[in-house]
Design a protein around this ligand. Structure first.
Ligand SMILES: *Cc1c(COP(=O)(O)O)cnc(C)c1O
Length: 430
């Protein structure tokens, strides 16, 4: 197993090098040369397995021996050290709650796995690795928490000023230590473009050992497959429809990858907000990136989703095949808020705005296909979003640690949307 670039120009690399460099020089994304298939012994007996075992078996073929089994098992155990409950909301809709980790959103899994891989690969190297990450809200906090205190690693977070929620901002600006946060005058796509420019800058990379902690990094992207196996572990009956709140399309791409390795699923729905590049693509066959639009589900405000090319790699670019497996819909803010109210009143379940987009897309699909049942991914805890209280008048129970967060001091550096300023700053980190 090796990793090739989706742009096909850069050389193939090992898992280790894919993690350490983040992105190939040709600005494609790394993609595994083979998609393994899991044995019936594994897939048929998920219910009897531990979370650690499932994580280990799922990821092991992709790591391809670059981390010894014992260390990999330990990394997996530390990564999935919290719950992933599947909760029935209606008769046909279940929520896979992915917000029980330290920063209350699903990105904890990828960030924890990647930080530990990087720690493993950096052991014994004297060089510092600088990890750069662009965030639309939740990635930054997860990466900050996952990498905080990891030896030989400096983390630089870029976030769009005024476009993340209060708790998200506190999670990504209050750790200090080896984590520095840059507040950009721009939107998420600007942050992502600057990070990608840095990763592709030959001059910079000859002097700074730079990698990405966005889902373009395979160590962030691949472990997201775990969720889908945990969902199946708790599921009874025919294969579910998975509805995945999508922005940069990393999470849903990992679900479709898991499906290709053998995970039963009847369909994947990419549930998008007003940022509808992929829904439009599936309607028109034209892929047209646009500037991102600010919505209630801010972590999905992405106008040019990076990981969509990985879905094309997995499913092939045959349009008919693609539509067989993948549906994509856009849900407006108005409908998102209405869904939150309805689900709270009818089922006493508090959705966050991202989960609400997923719920709604699934409910609409099931209305057309009443014989099916499905799971939506509840990707963040409602307490993370100020809008939940505004819409519902309550945010439900507040997890421990949130009160502490409000006592901490925000530390960030404001920068303009100007690559030369970022570059200067990155040089100062070595
Ligand atoms: C990041 C994020 C998403 C979108 O996930 P992608 O992998 O970027 O598609 C959805 N919901 C929440 C809460 C997120 O933080």
């Amino acid at each position: 197993m090796h990793y090739f670039s989706t742009n096909r120009t850069s050389p193939h690399v090992s898992f280790r090098d894919a993690v350490l460099t983040g992105q190939p020089a040709d600005r494609g994304l790394y993609f595994p040369s083979e998609i393994p298939t899991h044995s019936v012994a594994f897939l048929g007996h998920l219910a009897g397995k531990s979370k650690e075992d499932i994580a280990f078996e799922t990821i092991r073929p992709f790591v391809a021996g670059d981390i010894d089994d014992r260390s990999l098992f330990e990394i997996c155990s530390e990564t999935v050290d919290f719950d992933f409950p599947l909760i029935g909301v209606t008769e046909s809709i279940w929520a896979l709650e992915l917000f029980h980790g330290p920063t209350l959103a699903f990105k904890d899994v990828g960030a924890r796995f990647m930080s530990r891989c990087l720690g493993y690969f950096s052991r014994g190297r004297n060089e510092k690795t600088v990890v750069i990450v662009a965030t639309s809200g939740d990635t930054g906090g997860a990466v900050a928490a996952g990498f905080h205190g990891v030896e030989n690693v400096e983390v630089v977070i870029l976030y769009p000023r005024g476009k993340v929620s209060k708790i998200q901002e506190l999670q990504l600006t209050t750790l200090g230590g080896n984590v520095t946060t840059l507040e950009l005058q721009g939107d998420f796509d600007d942050c992502q473009a600057l990070a990608k420019t840095a990763l592709a800058d030959v001059d910079l990379n000859s002097r700074v050992h730079l990698t990405s902690a966005n889902s373009i990094n395979v160590a962030r992207w691949l472990p997201q497959q775990f969720y889908y196996f945990y969902a199946l572990q708790q599921w009874e009956g025919s294969p579910p429809v998975f509805s995945v709140p999508s922005g940069n399309f990393g999470n849903i791409a990992s679900g479709i990858l898991a499906h290709t390795t053998g995970l039963p699923a009847s369909k994947f729905i990419a549930a998008c907000n007003a940022n509808d590049v992929v829904p439009r693509f599936l309607r028109t066959e034209h892929y047209e990136p646009r500037d991102s639009i600010a919505t209630l589900s801010n972590a999905m405000d992405v106008g040019n989703p990076s990981n969509f090319v990985r879905i094309l790699e997995i499913l092939g670019s045959d349009f008919v095949d693609l539509k067989e497996k993948l549906e994509a819909v856009s849900v407006s803010d108005e409908t998102t808020a209405e869904t939150m109210r309805h689900v709270y009143e009818q089922y006493d379940y508090i959705l966050d705005p991202h989960g609400a987009v997923g719920f709604r897309a699934l409910a609409d699909h099931l209305r057309e296909h009443p014989d099916q049942r499905g799971i939506f991914l509840e990707t963040a805890h409602p307490v993370k979003f100020d809008s939940v209280v505004e819409i519902l008048g309550t945010q439900g129970s507040v997890p421990g640690g949130i009160a502490e967060l409000y006592k901490k001091e925000k530390i960030s550096i404001e920068i303009p949307n100007d690559y030369s300023r970022l570059k200067e700053f990155l040089f100062s980190k070595i």
